[in-house]
Design a protein around this ligand. Structure first.
Ligand SMILES: [Zn+2]
Length: 357
């Protein structure tokens, strides 16, 4: 059996074209673009390519609220029928009001009748618009992660899911942070369903994976560990991702956050990767999901961390050294010229470390 991870992908993931994000009220060019898929494919050429198998919407209910799935599946068609494009020139589903506790103040509320009101019930920021093809691409990204799990179930030591759009900011009932469906959480749950007793999600993305943390917050059977630029220093997702968050109820102790200062480079970043790997090792996990965001790289426009391709290779060595059945799921990474090389650096080192006996 080949010791290099197969790459699971789907041409459908190219169908989501965010075009722009609305940030502080201004439309800025999107960075989570379809070209990311091809930038990664061109750098992982020597690997076996596997096209994702459809798993159906039912599979998505293992971590997501059916109401979120119903909304995302139909929102863009309903938006088009609502003539928003004709009225205000907006052809993407865009929230404008958010029923936060500041608004609802503990009162009983109803779901908004208007789609532009409903959008803020499920979408929690203005950067993550729903356009034509968004749902199809998000489902395909989830199918990539679930197909990677199927390969591992069939005996492949590790598989890489080229999931796009990314997923780790998607919560049980909410989308945001350029994420719609939580691909890594779906993979972790599928590994549990396949009989693994304790699964770890190791999140290397530059940002805290608030969605994954939320999904497994109260569960002892799926660990969530993340290192990321410090939300307390002013970074997305702003309100969570702090060290005192260690899990709730039965999940107490199963969450670990390692926020990092702006400008953190390889040495300090790798020290925290080592800490998280040791934590997973000591916890007796029998399967692993890696949320592989490469936006901690120095060149990346979306974070102030300063990790190099050599740093990502060292992370691959550390994580691969766990020698656990692994599903590596793509998260962020937005500098198109270096994106593929960063992913390949991680995958090559992970494979090499996992193969050592
Ligand atoms: Zn990120």
């Amino acid at each position: 059996m080949s010791r290099s991870m197969p790459v699971v992908w789907s041409p459908e993931t190219r169908r989501h074209d965010p075009r722009h994000e609305v940030w502080v009220g201004v439309a800025t060019p999107a960075t989570e673009v379809a070209e990311r898929v091809d930038a990664i494919l061109s750098a992982v050429g020597g690997r076996e390519l596997v096209e994702a198998e459809p798993h159906g919407v039912e599979a998505l209910r293992s971590v997501h609220d059916p109401a979120l799935l119903d909304f995302l599946a139909t929102a863009h068609e309903r938006w088009r029928a609502g003539e928003y494009a004709e009225l205000v020139g907006q052809d993407r589903v865009t929230p404008y009001v958010f029923p936060t506790p500041a608004m609802t103040a503990g009162m009983p509320t109803r779901l908004p009748a208007a789609l532009h009101g409903l959008a803020g019930v499920f979408g929690y920021d203005t950067m993550t618009l729903v356009g034509p093809g968004t749902w199809q691409a998000a489902v395909a990204a989830a199918d990539c992660a679930l197909t990677a799990v199927s390969l591992v179930k069939a005996g492949v030591p590790a598989a890489y899911a080229l999931s796009r759009p990314p997923g780790h900011h998607a919560t049980p009932a909410g989308y945001g942070g350029s994420c719609y469906l939580n691909n890594a959480a779906l993979a972790a749950q599928a590994l549990r369903d396949a009989g693994h007793d304790r699964v770890a999600v190791l999140d290397l993305d530059a940002h805290h994976g608030n969605g994954t943390q939320a999904i497994f917050w109260q569960r002892p059977d799926v660990l969530y560990g993340s290192l990321h630029v410090d939300p307390a220093a002013g970074w997305f997702p702003h309100v969570v991702g702090h060290p005192e968050e260690t899990g709730g109820a039965a999940g107490a102790g199963a969450t670990r956050n390692r926020p990092l200062p702006e400008g953190t480079g390889d040495d300090d970043w790798l020290a925290e990767v080592t800490d998280l790997v040791d934590w997973v090792d000591a916890a007796g996990c029998d399967a692993l999901v890696v949320s592989l965001g490469v936006d901690a790289a120095a060149e990346d426009p979306e974070s102030p961390l300063q990790v190099t391709a050599g740093g990502y290779a060292d992370a691959g060595r550390l994580v691969g050294g766990l020698r656990l059945p692994s599903v590596v799921v793509q998260e962020g990474g937005y500098h198109l010229p270096s994106l593929g090389g960063l992913v390949a650096a991680y995958l090559d080192a992970h494979d090499a470390a996992a193969a050592v006996r």
